[in-house]
Design a protein around this ligand. Sequence first.
Ligand code: DQA
Length: 141
Amino acid sequence: MSRVFVLNGVNLGTLGTRRPEVYGTLTLHDIEKLLRDEFPDLDLEFRQTDFEGEMVGFVREAAGSDGLVINPGAWTHYSYALHDALEAVDVPKVEVHLSNVHAREEWRRVSVVSPAVDAVVAGMGAQGYLAAVRYVLGSDA
Ligand code: DQA
């Protein structure tokens, strides 16, 4: 059975009510359910935290798993700590954003974590998570 980590960072616990015109109306729990329904045989570790150090710990835990999908939220744009943690974990890794960060504020176009992952998905809403998990499962990276 494949084991995949899907990690959600700061403020993603408020999905559903937070700017639905940007992030959609699904809650994080809805997204987790979508993944569990789509990949019933997966050993899925689906987590969220608002604490950067805790997220670094989650990333380290993913070492030895079959893949890691991460939506770092605003940490995307400035967390070198998260970059370094991701860089040190040698599993297929995908960065996901619900919104198209390139069509928003200038500062959202910069991701300091992208150099440490294999692929980036942005603007596909919850479908981006499905695509990312599919990728890590099929990836030979
Ligand atoms: C986000 C985009 C980030 O810029 C923002 O800070 C988030 C969510 C997204 O999923 O579109 O919290 O990662």
